[in-house]
Design a binder for this molecule. Structure first.
Ligand SMILES: Nc1ncnc2c1ncn2[C@@H]1O[C@H](COP(=O)(O)OP(=O)(O)OP(=O)(O)O)[C@@H](O)[C@H]1O
Ligand SMILES: [Mg+2]
Ligand SMILES: [Zn+2]
Length: 445
């Protein structure tokens, strides 16, 4: 059989291009022979749900407050967590620190198939980790790992990384689709039958998805992505899937020579210009998961020196960005077709919340007009194709965050959302708007 390395599609002959995910040269030959005699030690018996002791269903704190938050309040016994991220972003560092914290109360086994004992110990020294109950194993054979786990009765297992381990019962190359899926299956069964919490590191491919089939994400309970912008020391940890908590929840860390430092207030990170404002900048409040984040959007529009205009967006969906430019051009009659437009979300975060549309449009217009948005103004609203302002979700959650911020004077929200407002905003003025034009006129004309 041949299998596609990126989506898991199987074919009996080699293909240059995958018909499903359209990646090139992704097919790898593999022989699939999973041993028929099933693992007896893993079989479980039916239990009455009400008889499961409450102690076994309690949340386990990782002792890293921000990580607990992303996990939805802590770990659950038998949970399998996949941590994905680009090379060098700090996956091993995060898990070594987590392992050391967890080892203060339980026995933790850190397995690295990629790094030697000396390398990991060197990192532990640098991070100043003193862990009395943290065990290390340099091994890539899952059966051996399981043997040690059973003999020594560990409560937590960290596997760095899923692409570097293999199971002898699966007759396929290390890192192949069958191996990755088989190993993840095996680890999941260990977790579910024994209650061990398993952390799995997964490398990501060029397009940012976890290498190996998408299936990997279905197998595990929780998928955490560790991301950063190039050259930034800030790292964002985001839950893209969570069976035991809200997905989309995120936390910020700063990478220092002494390891990862939790960034408690996301406020400072994303608001570089708190007490002055510049043309092309606009403040918005997005909700990622269940957390409202106030951040600054920045745009730079300038006459193009070439025949072709350049459009770039960082942290904001590119198609949506182009759509907003088209809307501004058509509905507000602002000629952007010969302007280069660049767009950036401060703090190196990627946002998906449509409520940032209004702020994004104003940042672009502000840069084009060379006029600043007034200091202390914040803008919420989705922009439709007719440049109308559409309603957004979680309005009270956002307004609470804005009030807590304490530096805002006026907030613009969609007219439709006005009747839902329950928060007493105090000194902050609130204004309902129904069209982009209305906002532009109000602040600049
Ligand atoms: N002395 C140091 N001072 C500051 N930061 C450091 C130092 N040494 C390493 N780092 C940081 O640690 C990062 C590497 O962390 P780590 O090895 O945990 O990443 P990883 O995601 O596991 O990488 P890989 O994919 O290669 O396994 C580097 O990118 C660097 O930012
Ligand atoms: Mg690593
Ligand atoms: Zn494919």
């Amino acid at each position: 059989m041949f299998a596609c390395n990126s989506c898991g599609y199987k074919s009996i002959k080699w293909l240059g291009k995958c018909p499903v995910c359209e990646s090139w040269e992704s097919f790898i030959e593999e022989e699939v022979l999973i041993s028929k005699n099933g693992p007896e030690w893993l079989s479980s018996r039916p239990t009455l749900l009400k008889e499961v002791s409450s102690q076994k269903t309690e949340r386990i704190s990782t002792r890293i407050a921000e990580l607990d938050k992303v996990l939805g309040g802590g770990l659950v016994r038998g949970e399998v967590i996949l941590v994905g991220g680009e090379p060098g972003v700090g996956k091993s560092t995060l898990l070594l620190e987590t392992g050391s914290k967890l080892s203060e109360v339980s026995k933790v086994l850190y397995v690295s198939a990629e790094e030697s004992t000396e390398q990991v110990s060197l990192r532990a020294k640098r991070l100043n980790i003193s862990a009395d109950n943290l065990y290390f194993l340099n091994e890539d054979n899952l059966e051996n790992i399981y043997r040690h786990l059973k003999e020594e009765k560990f409560d937590f297992l960290i596997v760095d990384s899923i692409q570097a381990v293999c199971h002898p019962g699966i007759n396929a190359q290390k890192g192949s689709v069958s191996q990755i899926k088989g190993c993840a299956d095996f680890l999941t069964r260990i977790a579910k039958t024994s209650g061990v919490v398993v952390f799995i590191v997964g490398h990501v491919t060029k397009d940012g998805s976890i290498a190996g089939p998408k299936l990997l994400e279905h197998i595990v309970d929780c998928v955490l992505y560790f991301e950063s912008e190039i050259l930034s020391t800030y790292r964002i940890l985001r839950a893209t899937k969570n069976r035991f908590g809200p997905a989309g929840e995120l936390a910020a860390f700063e990478m220092t020579s002494l390891g990862l430092r939790e960034v408690k207030s996301l406020f400072d990170l994303f608001l570089p210009h708190k007490d002055k404002t510049i043309a092309g900048s606009c403040i918005v409040c997005v909700v990622e998961g269940i957390r409202p984040i106030i951040l600054e959007l920045q745009s730079l529009a300038g006459r193009s020196g070439f025949g072709m205009v350049r459009r770039r967006s960082i942290g904001f969906d590119f198609n949506r960005f182009c759509l907003l430019i088209a809307i501004i051009e058509k509905r507000l009659k602002i000629p952007l077709s010969s302007e280069d437009v660049f767009f950036n979300v401060s703090g190196g975060i990627k946002i998906n919340d449509p409520s940032a549309d209004l702020g994004a449009c104003l940042a672009i217009i502000s840069s084009y007009k060379e006029k600043t948005t007034p200091l202390g103004f914040i803008f919420l609203g989705e922009v439709g194709l007719g440049a109308e302002i559409r309603p957004i979700s979680n309005i009270n959650l956002r307004l609470k965050a804005i009030k807590r911020g304490g530096i805002f004077k006026k907030v613009f929200i969609p007219q439709v959302n006005l009747k839902e407002v329950e928060v007493n905003l105090g000194d902050v003025k609130i204004k309902g708007v129904s069209a982009l034009k209305e906002v532009v006129q109000e602040i600049w004309e």
